[in-house]
Design a protein around this ligand. Structure first.
Ligand code: AR6
Length: 184
């Protein structure tokens, strides 16, 4: 499914994020940025050791953290067919703090798009950040992610193509409903 919004196109597809040919691939990372499971594991496995070496070069705090929740850090992409990996730290879902985690999910998408624009990327591929190990309910996550992207795309720095790569047919259907429901 594709839809034009603002200055570019939003595309939803089922697939594997590591196989996308785009300028920037977004990783569903954690705050330490040393790899993990899910998307993070798949991206590091496909990118090879150069990606971990890139991550280790980033500044780190006393707790070993390289990126706070709701923010992103950009590195080269190792062996991936992309120019950059944008490591995005989504929130761990917590129903006691819904407003806060929703805001963090929104900001991590806005931050990734701004980073892509800063690096003159025309295309970017997102996974469904926070909807796996971090347990964010996917229907709500889809609405927030697409709304954040639509906001950015209506602005002056819109990317030509923003792709969401969903791992299952069911997740793709959830995103398709959310995109269809999005106001222009
Ligand atoms: N391509 C596209 N989507 C995928 C892929 C893939 N190769 N693999 C999984 N998904 P998750 P999170 C889907 O857990 O919730 C890691 O350990 C998956 O089905 O990767 O943000 C990190 O190191 C789900 O819908 O990311 C962090 O510690 C979505 O991608 C933590 O997990 C996100 O699932 C981040 O958790």
């Amino acid at each position: 499914m594709k839809r034009r919004i603002g200055g570019g196109q939003i595309e939803l597809l089922r697939g594997n994020i590591v196989e996308q040919r785009v300028d920037a691939i977004v990783n569903a990372a954690n705050t330490w940025m040393l790899g993990g499971g899910g998307v993070d594991g798949a991206i590091h496995a496909a990118a090879g050791p150069a990606l971990l070496a890139e991550c280790k070069r980033l500044p780190v705090d006393a707790g070993g953290r390289r990126c706070p929740t709701g923010e992103t850090r950009t590195t080269a992409a190792g062996a991936l067919d992309a120019r950059y990996v944008i490591h995005a730290v989504g929130p761990v879902y917590d129903e006691r703090y819904v407003d806060e985690v929703e805001q963090q999910l929104r900001s991590v998408h806005a931050s990734a798009l701004a980073a892509a624009a800063d690096h003159e990327c025309a295309s970017i591929a997102f996974p469904a950040i926070s909807t796996g190990a971090y347990r964010f309910p996917i229907a709500r996550a889809a609405a927030i992610a697409l709304d954040a992207v639509a906001d950015f795309q209506r602005g002056p720095r819109a990317l030509a193509e923003v792709r969401f790569v969903l791992f299952t047919v069911a997740d793709l259907a959830v995103f398709e409903r959310a995109l269809a429901a999005l106001d222009h």
